[in-house]
Write a protein that binds this ligand. Structure first.
Ligand SMILES: *Cc1c(COP(=O)(O)O)cnc(C)c1O
Length: 372
């Protein structure tokens, strides 16, 4: 077995130029203002709003707190929230931390996103919201989700952790629903080491969210709600500001890798990938492939191990399903027969290495690895 070649990891963080970052650090050192809505925090929010094409955005110290805070900001105190098991575990945890009950609904095989067709059957008199995920940056079917939400008077919170910069027909998909959240974790397309954001649709709500992420303070002496500390510091806001300058180039590099992968996988019996919808500007955050064992010849896990033996580290993302984890596995909606599509996808999926810094040589090596 060849293990002498260098390691190819599933992702690699987007890092600002160190000299540029140093210059910003010097400014922060000089100002002695490290957090609490400093100048970089303000600049970063403004630049993000502009880049993303949204009006109201609040940055956070990670991508989980905006989810938790979103449910607080919408005043959801009791009841059930319909969500997808095919996501990162933070989606469901945020519901749990609000003492709301997650209810799992199966996904569409074409996108991996919650299946609007199956949402209504899961609605009860206790349902208060829907929390879909744009998984791998594939936009959800927002039109159908909207119709259902309106009909049943439900809030919609999009976990858009994978959808940085994704646009449909030229418009940001972060404007969908009541609110959307982003993650700027180092493993994501756009990163601030740790970080995240909450996008809403009014100045009033942004104000409320800004207070909630600062312990619920309104002004110096008034606490208007039981808030939390979700603030992003100046160092990471500066890091993000610099990364915004190179994000388009990074997405373009990822796009090129995705095209190479597709071309190769089209010729391999038993492997498939998610097909793009039309008129979407994708961010190529992930490249999931699905292994049909009978036609491909070996299982997903066998392929995963084979790549590992060649120093290529894919990730079985999302496997296992959230609904199979200890805190949730006994929920009626977690039953396998309720989630056949998600279960199958989780068993077949493997995310190939995907990032802006993969070389042509790396891509060739990965493609050789997945060839039978
Ligand atoms: C990464 C991620 C989160 C959580 O973000 P953190 O920044 O790691 O807290 C939430 N939802 C999804 C779908 C994610 O992939």
């Amino acid at each position: 077995m060849k293990t002498s070649e260098n390691k190819i990891l599933v992702t690699s963080p987007l890092l600002p130029d160190l000299q540029d970052f140093n210059e910003y650090l010097r400014q922060i050192w000089d100002s002695k203002w490290l957090t609490n809505n400093g100048s970089f925090h303000q600049q970063f929010e403004k630049a993000l709003a502009e880049y993303l094409g949204v009006e109201y955005i609040s940055v956070f110290t990670n991508g989980t707190l905006p989810l938790i805070t979103a449910l607080q900001a919408l005043g959801l105190k009791k009841g059930e929230v319909i969500t997808t098991p095919y996501s990162f575990v933070a989606t469901t945890h945020s519901i749990w931390w609000n003492q709301l009950k997650p209810v799992f609904v199966d996904v569409e095989p074409t996108t991996g996103n919650i299946d609007p067709e199956k949402i209504e059957a899961a609605i009860t008199e206790n349902t208060v919201a829907i929390m879909p995920v744009h998984v791998y940056g594939q936009p959800c079917d927002n039109e159908r989700i909207d119709v259902i939400a309106k009909r049943h008077n439900l809030k919609v919170i999009y976990d858009a952790a994978h959808a940085f910069g994704v646009r449909k027909e030229g418009k940001s998909i972060l404007e969908w629903g009541d609110v959307s959240t982003l993650s700027f974790h180092a493993t994501k397309v756009f990163g601030t080491i740790e970080g995240g954001a909450l996008i809403c649709h009014s100045a009033e709500m942004k104000h409320q969210i800004d207070n909630l992420k600062n312990f619920g303070f309104r002004g110096e002496t008034v606490v208007e709600a039981p808030g939390i500390n979700g603030k992003m510091d100046e160092v990471r806001a500066a890091f993000g500001l610099l990364n915004l300058k190179q994000i388009d180039a990074a997405i373009e590099a990822r796009h090129n890798v995705a095209m190479r992968y597709r071309e190769a996988i089209d010729k391999i019996e038993g492997l498939s990938y998610l097909v793009e919808q039309s008129d979407i500007r994708y961010n190529y955050g992930y490249f999931p492939i699905f292994v049909d064992e009978t036609r491909y010849g070996i299982s997903r896990d066998a392929l995963y191990e084979k790549l590992k033996a060649n120093n290529i580290f894919g990730r079985r993302y999302f496997y296992p399903l959230i609904s199979t984890f200890e805190p949730y596995k006994d929920f009626p909606s977690a039953a396998l027969e309720n989630l056949p599509i998600a279960t199958k996808m989780a068993e077949q999926v493997l995310c190939l290495p995907m990032h802006h810094a993969l070389s042509e040589e790396d891509v060739k090596r990965i493609i050789r690895g997945v060839l039978k």
